[in-house]
Design a binder for this molecule. Structure first.
Ligand code: PPE
Length: 316
C-alpha cells in the first residue's frame, strides 16, 4: 500500500492525507484518539465500507446513500445516537475522497464512543465519527477475480441472532470474522464461510454468499448475516436479466454441489469461489452466470450502465 507521496507506508496510521473527524478534516497522522476510547475496550461501534470508482466523467461513489443509511441503521440498532444527518455524512464522505485526491478508493466511516467514560455503562461517552479513505485493491488476493478463490467452512459459528445483531455492521461482529479468516488462511484457504448456530450457511468473514444451481441464483436468507449492499446490487441485476432468485436456508452440502458460487462485498466486490472444503465447485473455474454478473457489476460501478446511473454519486 502506498502513501500519497508514493512511498511505502509502514502503518495505516503513518500515511499522508486527510481524515474527517467530528466535523472537520484533520491531518491523517493527527486524527487520533485516546487509549481509553470506550469502543476500544468494549466494542460498541459501527462502521461502513464504501467504494469510489473512476468513471468516464470522473470519480463517483457507489451506492453512497444506501451505505450511509445503513450506517445510521447500524447505530440505531445499538442505540448509538449519531450527531450527524445522512446528508451531512454523505457530504463528508465526498469531501474525504476529494481531499485525498483519490481517483478511486475505499471509504471507511466509523462511529465510536470516546474516552469520556469507562465501564460497561457508556452513559456520558461521546459519539465520535471518523471517515478515512485510501486506495484498496483486490481484497481476496491478486488474481482472485480471474481464477476464483478456495474457501473453507469455519469451525466458528456466525453469531446467534440474539447475541450479535448482524443487521448492524458493528465493530464487535468482526472478532468472529477475524478468527474465521485467520483459521481459513492458516490452513491454506483464501477465506472462511461461516454457518449459523443451527448449522445453516450464514456468510463469509467479510462477504455475502451466492450459489448458482440450474441457472437459478440462490442466497442464504440474511438472518445472521449482514444485509449486503453488493448483494442487493447483484439481486437487482439478476432480476433485470430474468435470472430466478431464491432467498432461503442453505445447507453446507448444498454449497458443495452448486454449479457456481461467489462472494459479494464492497471490498471483495464479486469474487468467484472455485472450491469449498476441498470439493471443486462446477468445473473449478468461474462459471458463466458469475462472469456475467461480474461484468454487469463492473459496468455499473464504472458508470457504463445508464439504467443504474442513480447508484453513483459524482464528486464533481
Ligand atoms: N458480510 C460481512 C460480514 C461483511 O463484512 C460485508 C462487507 C458483507 C457481508 C457485504 O456487505 P456489502 O459491503 O454491503 O456488500 N465487509 C466490509 C468490510 C471488509 C473489511 O475487511 O474491512 C466491506 O466489504 O467493506
Amino acid at each position: 500500500m502506498n502513501t500519497q507521496a508514493g512511498g511505502a507506508a509502514a502503518s495505516m496510521a503513518e500515511r499522508d492525507g486527510w481524515i474527517w473527524l467530528d466535523g472537520a478534516l484533520r491531518s491523517w497522522q493527527g486524527a487520533a484518539t485516546h487509549v481509553l476510547t470506550h469502543t476500544l475496550h468494549y466494542g460498541l461501534g459501527v462502521f461502513e465500507g464504501v467504494r469510489a470508482y473512476r468513471t468516464a466523467t470522473g470519480t463517483a461513489i457507489f451506492r453512497l446513500a444506501e451505505h450511509t443509511r445503513r450506517l445510521l441503521q447500524s447505530a440505531h440498532i445499538l442505540s448509538i445516537e449519531l450527531p450527524y444527518t445522512q446528508a451531512a455524512l454523505m457530504q463528508a464522505q465526498c469531501e474525504v475522497v476529494r481531499a485525498n485526491r483519490l481517483a478511486h478508493g475505499y471509504i471507511r466511516p466509523l462511529a465510536f464512543l470516546g474516552p469520556e467514560r469507562m465501564g460497561v455503562n457508556p452513559d456520558g461517552a461521546r459519539v465520535h465519527v471518523a471517515i478515512a479513505a485510501w486506495p484498496w485493491g483486490s481484497y481476496l488476493g491478486d488474481g482472485a477475480a480471474e481464477r476464483g478463490i478456495r474457501v473453507r467452512i469455519s469451525s466458528y459459528a456466525r453469531h446467534h441472532v440474539n447475541v450479535q445483531m448482524c443487521r448492524s455492521k458493528s465493530v464487535s461482529t468482526y472478532a468472529n470474522s477475524i478468527l474465521a479468516n485467520r483459521e481459513a488462511r492458516a490452513e491454506g484457504f483464501d477465506e472462511a464461510l461461516l454457518l449459523d448456530t443451527e448449522g445453516f450457511v450464514a456468510e463469509g468473514a467479510g462477504e455475502n454468499l451466492f450459489l448458482v444451481r440450474d441457472g437459478r441464483l440462490v442466497e442464504p436468507a440474511p438472518t445472521s448475516a449482514l444485509e449486503g449492499i453488493t448483494r442487493d446490487t447483484i439481486l437487482a441485476l439478476a432480476r433485470e436479466d430474468g435470472i430466478a432468485v431464491e432467498s432461503r436456508r442453505v445447507t453446507r452440502d448444498e454449497t458443495y454441489i452448486a454449479d457456481e458460487a461467489f462472494f459479494t462485498g464492497t471490498a471483495a466486490e464479486v469474487t468467484p469461489i472455485v472450491e469449498i472444503d476441498r470439493r471443486r465447485i462446477g468445473d473449478g473455474r468461474p462459471g458463466p452466470v458469475t462472469r456475467h454478473l461480474m461484468a454487469r457489476f463492473r459496468a455499473c460501478v464504472e458508470g457504463r450502465d445508464a439504467r443504474h446511473a442513480d447508484w453513483l454519486t459524482a464528486l464533481a
